[in-house]
Design a protein around this ligand. Structure first.
Ligand SMILES: [Zn+2]
Ligand SMILES: [Zn+2]
Length: 149
């Protein structure tokens, strides 16, 4: 499968049985539709409510589905300011690397209610650590550079 952004070959990553296709060029990630279903299913409070969480917009995405090549649709998670791209044929979801911060917030939010599903938490944690960029480290060194005022 190829990246819908830049055409690079996606590398398959496995996180506790969940398959994620990662683009080495732009750091975007592709989740198959059923894989996100499997993750959502581990969150008790959202059981049977997944459809309601997803709010489809009329906006066409600017990328095409890497599975069927059709134009994807942008949608928002309700109550979250996050736009993801999805295929109308339900092939999967595309997450741009720039969206990683928002995705992490959402997932961490949901993981708080996930005590019983340790495996799912580990899966999300592993998935998200892959999404995490650098940047935190600089503030640590800034404290020294600033003279500890
Ligand atoms: Zn890419
Ligand atoms: Zn598709």
């Amino acid at each position: 499968m190829q990246c819908p952004r830049d055409g690079a070959d996606l590398a398959v990553e496995h996180h506790y049985g969940i398959e994620v296709d990662h683009c080495p060029t732009c750091n975007g990630r592709w989740l198959d539709h059923h894989e996100l279903d499997a993750l959502e299913a581990t969150v008790e409070s959202t059981k049977g409510q997944r459809r309601a969480m997803v709010q489809y917009s009329n906006r066409d995405s600017d990328i095409n589905c890497p599975v069927c090549g059709k134009r994807m649709t942008a949608f928002n998670y309700r109550a979250y300011d996050l736009e993801l791209d999805t295929c109308r044929e339900e092939h999967g979801y595309w997450l741009d690397s720039g969206e990683e911060g928002r995705v992490r917030d959402i997932i961490e939010d949901r993981i708080r209610g996930l005590e019983r599903a340790a495996g799912a938490e580990a899966a999300w944690g592993s998935f998200l650590s892959g999404l995490r960029g650098g940047g935190k480290r600089s503030s640590f060194f800034d404290r020294f550079r600033g003279g500890g005022r």
